[in-house]
Write a protein that binds this ligand. Structure first.
Ligand code: TRP
Length: 328
């Protein structure tokens, strides 16, 4: 055991990873890996809450995600990587938390209302979907995490986790910590059509894309509609391509901004340049991934180790929670 603070995040295994995933919670998990004790897990039960009618891809997607995460630099020696569904103590904690969570907290949750509207091709009027945040609270509280790297869209869930923890503590005595969020610099990565980057919008640049694919995707992006000739002054603040420069070239962003404003570089050249920068940043990852898949046993072993470690902590939590409630 260490006295390092605990950092934890969960990840929906929805398929091939793209830049939006990378610059969301993954960058922070990698950046602070040495500083904290880390828990990084794939939330297949959460995936089931929206995919229960077609669950057949969840398992495969999960394994693909683990390979991606390891290839990106999540180090299984210092980060516990695991499958949510391997930790059977999580549903028991979910049950206790659901006893004390008022329905109104869940019904008023903005992500709940939004998703019901957005994912209208799916029937989400289920108990499991309504209680999505309770399951997430259990994920976090089962290891009593201090810090949770998330995207902005997850803030309401984290607030609910704190409210549930507080309620538990006030009913049964001080036990859970109130976890804090860690937001990434890019809380929202724009896709090639200007909307939030998402596989379902067909606007994503995948970590596995080769240079030509990235180049042709970026070439299609709208820059500054008023700019016709390469020498016209541009407006980086409204340009979607510029938002990628902010992600990748933050330290000389002024220079990049000025050359556009002063009409010193045309949009096509500017686009090809950022395509190359993005591709270069992914090249090592792509090579490492190829190596990793040659020995899949390692990947299964990583998940096995993760499970073993986390279940130890989780069963201790459950034991103590039972005692606190008085049903031990
Ligand atoms: N709900 C999160 C998402 O959709 C995933 C998630 C589940 C999570 N459990 C978590 C994130 C616990 C952080 C901590 O992205």
């Amino acid at each position: 055991m260490t006295d390092k603070k605990i950092m934890l995040t969960g990840f929906r295994p929805t398929g091939k990873l793209h830049l939006g995933h990378l610059h969301g919670n993954i960058v922070n998990m990698i950046k602070y890996q040495e500083q904290y004790e880390n828990y990084f897990f794939l939330v297949d039960w959460h995936a089931l809450s929206t995919e229960y009618q077609n669950p057949q891809n969840i398992k495969n997607n999960l394994i693909e995600c683990v390979i991606d995460l390891v290839a990106l630099g999540i180090n299984p020696q210092i980060t516990h990587l695991y499958r949510q569904s391997d930790i059977i103590e999580i549903p028991e904690l979910t049950l206790y938390l659901s006893m004390i969570t008022p329905l109104s907290w869940l019904e008023r949750c903005p992500t709940y209302k939004e998703q019901i509207k957005e994912l209208n091709s799916k029937d989400l009027s289920t108990l499991g979907f309504l209680s999505y945040p309770v399951l997430m609270a259990a994920d976090i509280l089962i290891v009593n995490a201090d810090i949770v790297p998330v995207g902005e869209d997850q803030l309401p869930h984290l607030e609910l986790t704190r409210e549930i923890a507080r309620r538990f503590n006030s009913l049964y005595g001080e036990y859970f910590k109130e976890p804090k969020e860690l937001l990434s610099k890019a809380t929202r990565v724009i896709g090639t059509d200007g909307r939030k980057m998402s596989k379902s919008y067909n606007n994503a640049i995948f970590l596995s894309d080769d240079y030509n694919t990235i180049k042709s995707k970026i070439r299609q992006m709208i820059t500054d509609p008023e700019r016709i000739h390469p020498t016209d002054p541009g407006h980086p603040e409204i340009c979607n391509v510029f938002s990628f420069y902010k992600l990748y070239k933050d330290n000389n962003i002024k220079e990049i901004e000025n050359r556009c404003k002063e009409g010193k570089i045309g949009c096509i050249k500017c686009k090809d340049e950022i395509s190359e920068i993005i591709y270069e940043s992914l090249k090592d990852f792509q090579l490492r991934r190829k190596e990793i898949v040659k020995n899949m046993d390692n990947i299964y072993k990583i998940l096995e180790n993760g499970k073993e470690h986390v279940r130890k902590i989780a069963s201790k939590t459950i034991k103590e929670v039972r005692e606190k409630i008085g049903i031990d």
